[in-house]
Design a protein around this ligand. Structure first.
Ligand code: HEC
Ligand code: HEC
Ligand code: HEC
Ligand code: HEC
Ligand code: HEC
Ligand code: HEC
Ligand code: HEC
Ligand code: HEC
Ligand code: HEC
Ligand code: HEC
Length: 277
């Protein structure tokens, strides 16, 4: 197909060389030799998304990803064309995404995880939203097997039987304000869904404030009820409260479940001893 066209195109180009050198190279130029790829791209998810914003973007898209290609057009080989764009190419049209270099997603950047590890190009139709190479939970699991496996634990964040999407809590592009972790929400990822546990309270329970929920809870999945880090609540509390008043006889079952009396473990508006909500 390409070969057959080449002769005709070469003739056209011989006449047109002067003007192509000056005018910006558009999709039309590439389509002379890559009709199938150009048509598939234009009608594919990326092409459609581009056209919905501005049809002119589609016109310059081939060179945005594959490079200026001036040499390639005159003397096409596989050597003088950029097959795989670098992330800079994507960022030229998606400036909002340079957050990839934020500290939050630095782990991805440091480890060379790039746009095309997660996204398709748009040359082929994909079954997912956002041109992801696979459905979000499968995509993350490809590289994070143990975190995704945790969602099979007896207690885990699930929506019915379906594990939560990782992207419920992690924002992969780094548009977050949570330091090391890529999280949604401004005050911590848990706040978005559990505002009643986060206060502010008249009598807050300090660990809440200082290090947040993951002092006591595992975010992904846990063998312990309520996603707690320890099986027995007393063991959890006594990690920090080594000096409970002496009438607390922690060898007795009555004192094993601290939350039976200190019901407001997350903070109270009425009682500094956290015994009433
Ligand atoms: C004059 C014809 C012609 C034009 C115009 C042309 N190409 Fe090519 N292109 C070719 C040929 C021939 C090949 C080599 C195919 C092969 O050997 O399999 C090729 C290969 C490629 C490859 C594949 C490289 C690889 O590693 O397999 C890409 C990507 C490509 N061209 C993109 C473009 C883009 C983008 C444009 C427009 C800016 C363009 N081409 C314009 C003829 C052309
Ligand atoms: C978002 C970036 C991007 C855009 C825009 C883009 N391509 Fe590609 N293209 C790629 C990547 C990456 C590959 C190689 C991997 C693949 O096949 O998906 C590729 C492969 C190709 C190939 C080699 C054949 C093949 O299917 O592997 C040709 C030819 C090609 N592109 C032409 C074009 C043309 C023409 C346009 C404009 C209509 C275009 N590309 C737009 C990223 C892009
Ligand atoms: C020539 C400009 C251009 C380039 C280069 C480009 N894009 Fe896009 N892309 C767009 C436009 C325009 C849209 C639609 C509006 C938007 O989401 O910003 C879009 C949409 C997307 C979408 C959402 C698709 C959907 O289904 O809604 C993804 C994902 C994407 N681009 C990823 C990439 C990646 C990855 C690269 C680099 C390999 C890239 N883009 C390169 C212009 C471009
Ligand atoms: C670790 C996987 C991963 C990497 C790497 C990645 N993305 Fe995404 N991207 C996603 C996911 C998942 C979504 C779906 C929306 C969401 O949940 O944030 C998405 C959505 C998008 C969208 C469309 C929705 C939106 O928010 O505008 C664009 C555009 C996009 N990504 C561009 C890029 C670009 C450009 C790069 C490289 C600089 C990149 N992505 C790197 C996973 C990734
Ligand atoms: C191509 C492989 C790959 C894919 C796909 C991928 N990651 Fe990663 N991710 C890594 C690597 C490598 C690291 C750094 C080493 C580590 O912590 O395992 C990392 C680190 C992380 C971290 C820890 C950040 C830190 O600073 O400690 C989070 C959170 C994360 N990824 C979330 C996700 C989510 C959510 C998805 C799916 C949208 C995803 N990743 C998809 C490879 C990947
Ligand atoms: C309910 C919110 C939530 C969901 C859903 C979630 N995470 Fe996390 N993730 C967190 C929190 C909070 C941390 C920080 C834990 C810590 O520092 O102890 C974290 C930490 C991580 C880390 C860093 C681990 C480390 O030891 O540094 C990775 C990687 C990660 N998550 C990947 C994933 C993947 C993959 C998914 C989907 C299978 C996922 N997360 C789903 C909240 C969540
Ligand atoms: C996207 C919303 C969402 C986010 C974000 C979220 N949760 Fe949840 N969480 C839920 C829902 C919904 C349930 C109830 C699930 C059920 O009934 O099975 C739940 C249940 C829980 C439970 C009770 C589990 C049980 O066994 O009763 C705990 C503890 C919990 N979440 C802690 C956290 C922590 C800590 C974070 C932050 C790392 C967090 N959640 C982030 C929605 C969320
Ligand atoms: C000091 C330890 C501690 C901290 C910090 C903590 N929790 Fe809890 N949380 C617990 C304990 C203990 C329980 C179980 C209470 C019970 O069984 O009655 C619990 C239960 C829960 C439940 C289930 C409530 C129910 O009614 O079943 C949710 C949801 C929850 N916590 C969310 C959070 C969120 C969100 C944060 C951070 C804002 C947080 N927790 C911080 C100890 C803590
Ligand atoms: C990560 C450490 C940590 C964990 C775990 C923890 N606490 Fe606390 N708690 C504190 C700190 C720090 C204070 C403030 C103490 C102070 O001001 O002297 C506090 C205050 C309290 C108070 C208010 C009385 C006081 O001394 O000010 C009660 C009651 C309490 N915690 C009960 C619990 C219970 C019950 C649990 C288990 C569900 C628990 N704590 C788990 C660190 C922790
Ligand atoms: C049977 C009810 C009960 C149980 C169970 C219980 N407490 Fe208490 N706790 C109290 C009472 C009542 C006080 C207040 C004593 C006072 O004001 O002098 C108190 C006080 C405290 C204080 C100090 C408060 C202050 O103002 O200095 C801490 C810390 C504490 N408890 C932690 C725990 C921990 C940890 C557990 C579980 C191992 C636990 N409690 C189980 C009833 C209980």
């Amino acid at each position: 197909m390409i070969r057959l066209r080449l002769l005709a195109v070469a003739a056209v180009l011989a006449l047109a060389t002067v003007s192509t050198a000056q005018e910006p190279v558009t999709m039309e130029t590439c389509a002379m030799c890559h009709e199938d790829e150009a048509a598939a791209f234009a009608s594919g998810p990326h092409g459609r998304a581009m056209v919905s914003v501005d049809a002119a973007v589609l016109d310059r898209s081939c060179v945005s990803c594959h490079g200026p290609a001036t040499e390639h057009i005159d003397d096409p080989t596989t050597e003088n064309i950029n097959r795989f764009p670098d992330p800079g190419a994507c960022l030229s049209c998606h400036p909002g995404r340079e957050g990839m270099t934020d500290i939050s997603t630095a782990a991805h950047v440091r480890n060379g995880v790039e746009c095309l590890d997660c996204h398709g190009t748009g040359h082929t139709e994909l079954k997912t939203d956002n041109m992801l190479t696979s459905a979000p939970h499968k995509l993350c699991a490809e590289c994070h097997l143990s975190e995704s496996g945790s969602f099979q634990m007896p207690y885990a964040h699930r929506d019915g039987t379906r594990p939560f999407e990782c992207t419920n809590c992690h924002s992969v592009h780094g548009d977050n304000r949570q330091g090391r972790l890529a999280m949604i929400g401004s005050g911590g990822v848990c706040l978005d869904c559990h505002a009643e546990k986060t206060g502010p309270f008249v009598y807050p329970h300090p660990p809440q404030q200082v290090n947040g929920c993951i002092n006591c809870h595992v975010p992904h999945g846990s063998p312990n009820p309520k996603l707690l880090t320890r099986h027995r609540v007393a063991a959890l509390c006594l990690e920090c409260h080594t000096d409970v008043p002496s009438f607390h006889d922690v060898s007795r079952p009555r004192y094993q479940s601290c939350q039976n009396c200190h019901a407001a473990v997350h903070g109270s508006n009425r009682d500094p001893r956290l015994m009433k909500e």
